[in-house]
Design a protein around this ligand. Sequence first.
Ligand code: MTE
Ligand code: MO
Length: 205
Amino acid sequence: MSPVSRGFRGRRPSSDKASRLPPGQYETRDFPVLSAGPTPRSPLDKWDLTLTSVAGKTARWTWDEFQKLPREKITTDIHCVTKWSKFDTQWEGVSIDTLLSEASSRGVVASPYVMAKCDGGYTTNVPLADLVNGKGWIAFIYDGAPLHPEHGGPARLLVPHLYFWKSAKWVRELRLMDQNVPGFWEDAGYHIYGDPWREQRYTGD
Ligand SMILES: Nc1nc2c(c(=O)[nH]1)N[C@H]1C(S)=C(S)[C@@H](COP(=O)(O)O)O[C@H]1N2
Ligand SMILES: [Mo]
């Protein structure tokens, strides 16, 4: 009989967790940092968030104004295209629904696509339908504390049902668009949409 009993080899993922793991992914418990460049630092008194319509109308929030908007708590699994997934991450943020309804009262008309634009130049495109109805947030608290700069602080887009490259760190602008224009990674060969459950990693998947 083997000196090492099966019980000491570690548990297999519970079927609950297994069913939450998209194809080709594995679970990690730490929180890897993936950035295409250095971590930008914008002081909060210079930070703002802008929603821009196709016609060029804008709604802008300073940090203080943004902090006064109604916020939500989000507990969600996240899935990186480099194959790690992390379960039950906890965030607080302002929903895109909230931002859009504020913005529409300021004349910002919705359009079917959005380009998220970030400090440092990163961009990513997301259909507006994937950001509304409780599917997208501008998150600024992670695990009960201000979002760490390496993870996108002061604030990042959070779109957890798509691969995590869509969750743009250091986001400063959501620009509405009529056309689905590829962002930084999409232009470099990543999938234009990026659904982890359909394993849409690269163009053509
Ligand atoms: N501005 C910006 N946002 C970004 C990235 C980036 O390089 N710059 N990387 C993306 C990728 S590929 C992933 S997997 C996640 C990683 O987020 P994390 O570093 O908090 O794990 O951020 C996404 N958002
Ligand atoms: Mo990624």
